[in-house]
Design a protein around this ligand. Structure first.
Ligand SMILES: CC(=O)/C=C/C=C(C)/C=C/C1=C(C)CCCC1(C)C
Ligand SMILES: CC(/C=C/C=O)=C\C=C\C=O
Ligand code: FE2
Length: 570
């Protein structure tokens, strides 16, 4: 479907009246367009927007609704959230409806998969798409915006050769004819996987601002650590780690970054365990603080998309959903992709001292499935000035691995109106620090209050590792097949405020604190919303009341995105 839309969009000149400026963009750059453009001159597409009763309306620039017959696999036209971006880049000013707080000056940068096809080949899974950065540059009440595809080697090679060239999350390049003839090619491929050579560097998951100001896009392969310019969205180049740890090829997609340091986990597939590493701001060298050995007797370590820290400790999850070398070597994906579900081998959480690298607790907990840890903190239950327990909260999918396969594009694009999204909750782990063997897992807030969906979370970053109260995340208004609401959860009073409009798919609600604020929820929440009618807009909610304070419509539809960061204006 994406290719059909692309061709159509490319052939029409898009005119939208803008109150402040006219932007010219060239729709020459998506992979489909590329083929086309070789024989045709670039077509400038002018985006002009028109103010109608205070709201900027795109006049002709949104993709024209497709007739029912122009569909993927015989389906109805799918939501713009799951539709590839139609141009490689765009830049322009958005017209704001409402009032942006005067203190909000800086750039919100969001990463995520935004292009899910190469020529006629449609990718399978949400996580396969090529990284697409979206910026919202807030400047004195105005928003300058844009998007751009990340120039990873994987994307550049796909563009050049018009085929998949690296292993993505679920996609594997087709073997070449030589591979069939060469009896050693299987071994060669194993080497290429374990050296990381055949793995993607498509850094489509998150983006972080390091303490020294560099901005890095990330995914779960180490080679997918790529520096970008947050103003132009240009790709600067690979982040070159200067520490000899890259031969471990994979990493957590969510390092924890502060002004002074970065913490991350490097899983070890050969001797199942995790290296806990720290990198000083300004350096490219990660230092191994300690190593955790997996408790389960399984072949692979538990999948580690994210983890948590407290003031003094790193919390390392060992999920029963484990990396599987067997599945890694398969060309065709299993329902659990590169992972396998091993609940009989146990589920664990480990706690390491940041200072000494010593593992101070390692507890067995009930089975769990999570992509995202929300926050963690130490609690001194006896009031003796010593932490006795660690609380670690995560978006927990009720130990149900189906969520991974629910994120297949076919499912996201097809289950219209059916309530098929499996339930999720805020899972709260209690990890005793007194040597007890077991930890607890509880539901922090009744899941019904946020529509039984819970993922893509953020907190006030000033509360990282500390006792905190508010979680911002995607919840749901049922029925749905994907989280379709924004939720503010008060985990102390166990109250939830939800924000929803019909037909929307909002991306991660990102909290930016007001400078000088004394209340945890004094700030704004930013999200980019994909609409059912093919459009999209940026929304600003008040962090406290969770009510809309401003929105700004994009002159075109943007797909769903994953994680973002805030880069304050210097
Ligand atoms: C987008 C997101 O949240 C996760 C992306 C994960 C990726 C791209 C994982 C890729 C992998 C391979 C290509 C092979 C090795 C295993 C694994 C790290 C899962
Ligand atoms: C989008 C998502 C889960 C949604 C489920 O409700 C997970 C994304 C993980 C990667 O960042
Ligand atoms: Fe994530």
């Amino acid at each position: 479907m994406a290719s059909l839309i692309t061709t159509k969009a490319m052939m029409s000149h898009h005119h939208v009246l803008s109150s402040t400026r006219i932007t010219t963009l060239y729709s020459d750059n998506s992979i489909n367009d590329h083929q086309h453009i070789k024989t045709k001159p670039q077509i400038p597409v002018r985006l002009i927007s028109q103010r109608i009763s205070g709201v900027t309306r795109a006049v002709i620039n949104l993709p024209a609704p497709l007739p029912e017959k122009e569909t993927v696999e015989g389906e109805r036209r799918c939501h713009v959230a799951w539709t590839s971006v139609q141009q490689e880049k765009w830049e322009g000013e958005l017209t704001v409806q409402g009032k942006i707080p005067t203190w909000l000056n800086g750039t919100y940068l969001r990463n995520g998969p935004g292009l899910w096809n190469i020529g006629d080949h449609d990718f399978r899974h949400l996580f396969d798409g090529y990284s697409t950065l979206v910026k919202l540059q807030f400047d004195d009440g105005r928003i300058f915006s844009g998007h751009r595809l990340l120039e990873s080697d994987a994307y550049k090679a796909a563009k050049k050769h018009k085929k998949l060239c690296y292993r993505e999350f679920s996609e594997t390049p087709k073997p070449t004819r030589n591979t069939f003839k060469n009896p050693f090619s299987g071994i060669g491929e194993i080497v290429r996987i374990f050296s990381g050579e055949s793995l993607t560097d498509n850094a489509n998951t998150g983006v972080v601002r390091l303490g020294d100001g560099r901005v890095m896009c990330l995914t779960e392969t180490q080679k997918g650590s790529i520096l970008v310019d947050h103003e132009t969205l240009e790709t600067i180049g690979k982040f070159e780690y200067d520490d000899g740890l890259s031969d471990h090829m994979i990493q957590s997609a969510h390092p924890i970054v502060t002004e002074t340091e970065m913490w991350t986990l490097i899983p070890d597939l050969v001797k199942p365990g995790y290296r806990v590493v720290r990198m000083e701001a300004g350096s490219n060298k990660r230092e191994v603080v300690g190593r955790v050995k997996c408790r389960a007797g399984s072949w692979g370590p538990g999948w580690v998309h994210s983890f948590a820290v407290t003031e003094n400790y790193v919390v390392i999850p060992e999920m029963p959903l484990r990396y599987s070398v067997k599945n890694l070597l398969r060309a065709e994906p299993t329902p659990l992709y590169k992972f396998e579900w091993c609940p009989a081998d146990g589920a664990f959480l480990h706690v390491m001292s940041k200072l000494t690298g010593e593992v101070v607790a390692s507890v067995e907990v009930p089975a769990y499935v999570t992509f995202h840890f929300i926050n963690a903190y130490e609690e001194d239950e006896n009031g003796e000035g010593k932490a006795t327990v660690i609380i670690a909260d995560c978006c927990e999918h009720n130990a149900d691995t189906r969520i991974l396969d629910m994120l297949r594009l076919h499912t996201l694009r097809s289950s219209h109106g059916h309530d098929v999204l499996p339930d999720a909750r805020i899972g709260r782990f209690r990890i005793p620090l007194d040597g007890r063997k077991y930890g607890k897992l509880e539901t922090a807030v009744e899941a019904e209050k946020h529509g039984r969906a819970m993922d893509m979370c953020s907190i006030n970053p000033l509360y990282l590792g500390l006792k905190y109260r508010y979680v911002y995340a995607c919840g749901a208004k049922r029925p749905c097949n994907f989280p379709n609401a924004l939720s503010k959860v008060d985990i102390v009073d166990k109250k939830v405020k939800n924000w929803h409009e019909h037909g929307i798919i909002p991306s991660e609600p990102f909290f930016v604190p007001r400078p000088g604020a004394t209340h945890e929820d004094d700030g704004v929440v930013i999200s980019i919303v994909s609409e059912e009618n093919g459009g999209s807009f940026a929304i600003l909610l008040d962090g406290s009341s969770f009510e809309e304070i401003a929105r700004a419509k994009f002159p075109y539809g943007l797909p769903y995105g994953l994680h973002g960061c805030w880069i304050p204006k210097n």
